[in-house]
Ligand binder design. Sequence first.
Ligand code: C2O
Length: 506
Amino acid sequence: ATVTYNLEITNGTCNPDGNGPRLCLLFNGQYPGPTIRATWGDNLVINVKNSMKDNGTSIHWHGVRQYHSPGSDGVNGLTECPIAPGDSKTYSFQVTQFGTSWYHSHFSSQYGDGVVGTMIFEGPATANYDTDLGVYPLSDWYYQTAYQINAITLQNLANQGPPPSADNILINGTNKNANGGGSYSQVKITKGKKYRLRLINTSVDNFIRVSLDNHQLQVMTSDFIPIVPFYTNWLLIGIGQRYDVVITANQTEGNYWFRANVATDCLSGNKMGALAIWSYDTVTAGTPTSSAFAAVAAGCYEPAGITPYWKQPVPSSQFLNSPLTVSLTRASFTPGGELHVLWAINGSSMNIDWSYPTLSYLMDKNTNYPTDLNVWPSSAEGSWNYWLIQMAPNMPPVPHPIHLHGHDYFVIGYGNGQFNQSTASLNWANPPRRDTATLPGGGWLAIAYPSNNPGTWLAHCHIAWHVSEGLGVQFVETPSQVTLPDSAAYKKTCDNWKAYVPTSYW
Ligand code: C2O
């Protein structure tokens, strides 16, 4: 079937935790935006209208493969020009995966201002449960706009300081604030029933750890991949990652806290969290007195125990592709001489051209990519890519959630310090597969995937500041076989973008 959605982005206000209204960029007047629902095999057609006053945008469908539709991946500078204010674009793609994900602006750090929504793709049953509770997006929240935060970040940098802390954490777009205003998300459950809950970390800068007091989480999927179920008290979710969990209502009937805490062991200075109230339907809903499970041993790594349900080995190989080494520099720019942080891969900080994206190069058969587009060739169709992502020595030990577009990748291994193939423990037999995994602070992440999807695919750190500071590469895969978008519509978007003269952010 063809499933159509219309999304309009507007300037508005939002007040998710009762701290007071702030400027917000909304999908159809809402934050978070509407949940997009489709079934495995459907064609999704999503008309996006940019009715913001003075902001370009492009919308990315996180984790969607985009087979034969790289022009709908929503990455300005790679797969499209930004959509100018007043302009519209139709994204259309086939749903070839099932499970839970999200969509968000891929225009600079704009999604920190609210341009975020969730997606549910129905498919074969992968879990036993009675009721699907839908999605819990978990997010950090700032009382200032992404633009203001960016200005503060630049000031902090001048003193070698970190980016500003978040002001709050939200569960499903709500929480109380430090002064007690706002409200908690509330859920009713029935003794003896099993509930499916879809967890997504939609933050800009924070890893989040979740739990429901007294109840274990049975983890059923990692990103779009069904896994051999495992039980845990606490689940760490990197930015961009998703887990579907099943919760059995098998405790004394009462009220329980659901907790979403910033994972401070992921080197965040934000010691905060959000709460939600889960109540059995035979008791009066009220403030829980339950206590949290004991804290887990610190460590910002992929959760252990992820084994894909459908086994798929990786042909064992040395890491033939040269390592992608991540480093950081500080530099001042004119005008104003502001200090900037630049993240680089193999010495090159990614600097895309919004008016001439990579698909324009393919349309024009132009292979003259400037170095700072960070274009890397992929292996031939059907053969494997092996990438070692390595932090350069003496870098700040910040973990990075590495997201790859157009593919699920196989997580062969990860570790601290510098990679050493003779001592590293690598999993070739049935490694976790997902579209976002954690590069440990100061460490390495080894990934593999077959070339089976011609296109140009961004790999980047999902910390919003890091991607805008250049921490990305793009893999141009089998350029001669890329399905190019309709050139009239594509060119119209670019022409409208080039004609647009920005005046101010708001
Ligand atoms: Cu969730 Cu490149 O994005």
